[in-house]
Design a binder for this molecule. Structure first.
Ligand SMILES: *[C@@H]1O[C@H](CO)[C@@H](O)[C@H](O)[C@H]1NC(C)=O
Length: 209
């Protein structure tokens, strides 16, 4: 009986976490991070404790990134979204490598006005039923997992937005490598929403990576 009660509390109560300020952690075995450059009552990310699924909500939070997952070679996802994401926004796979420090994005969707890397195009390729355009952009003295730093950003941006599907993550890593875009050791690869402003939300109904 006691064990069942503890188990029920774990399943019902402790696998989910509603994150309302900059924080990283593990919930129900899933790693997550919320990072914002601003703050506000409408800025939160509810980690569902079911794979990388989360419910993110922003309202004038500055730059808002919620991400979840433990890395892996494939992201399979489905979600609904509403609202706006400011001047830039990205939904898909996100992570970092170290040595060299690289911030990477595989972008399947965005809010109106988003989906722009600001970088120069390095190539394109067909993958997962679409063409992805590949960009590289240098961030100079910007926030990173190692504090303020100068580093490269790699982007694959899908031509044709979608709100469900599977992303072959390794295929993008391999393609970037073949274009001379060298990654380091994987630090993280997670499901992401990033919004550069606006007010909106995203709610993953399923997510695994
Ligand atoms: C998360 O917390 C915020 C702030 O308290 C609240 O407004 C929001 O409804 C919560 N989200 C969920 C899914 O519980």
């Amino acid at each position: 009986m006691k064990f069942a009660l503890v188990l029920a509390l774990f399943v019902l109560g402790f696998a989910q976490v509603n994150v309302t300020s900059n924080q990283q952690g593990t919930s129900g075995g899933v790693k997550y991070e919320l990072w914002m450059s601003g703050s506000g009552s409408g800025c939160w990310c509810y980690i569902k404790g079911q794979g990388c699924a989360f419910h993110g909500h922003w309202s004038n939070c500055g730059d808002y990134l919620c991400r979840a997952g433990n890395g892996g070679s494939t992201l399979t996802y489905a979600y609904t979204k509403t609202g706006s994401g400011g001047g830039y926004s990205f939904i898909g796979v996100y992570g970092w490598t170290t040595n060299p420090l690289v911030e990477f994005y595989i972008v399947d969707d965005w809010f109106s006005g988003g989906g722009n890397s600001g970088g120069s195009q390095k190539g394109s390729f067909s993958q997962d039923d679409a063409t992805y355009n590949i960009f590289e952009h240098t961030q100079t003295n910007q926030p990173s997992i190692q504090g303020t730093a100068t580093f490269e950003q790699f982007f694959s941006i899908r031509q044709g937005q979608r709100t469900s599907g599977s992303i072959n993550v390794q295929a993008h890593f391999d393609k970037w490598n073949s274009l001379g875009m060298k990654m380091g050791s994987i630090y993280e690869a997670k499901a992401l929403v990033e919004a550069g402003g606006g007010s909106g939300e995203i709610d993953y109904t399923s997510c695994s990576i």
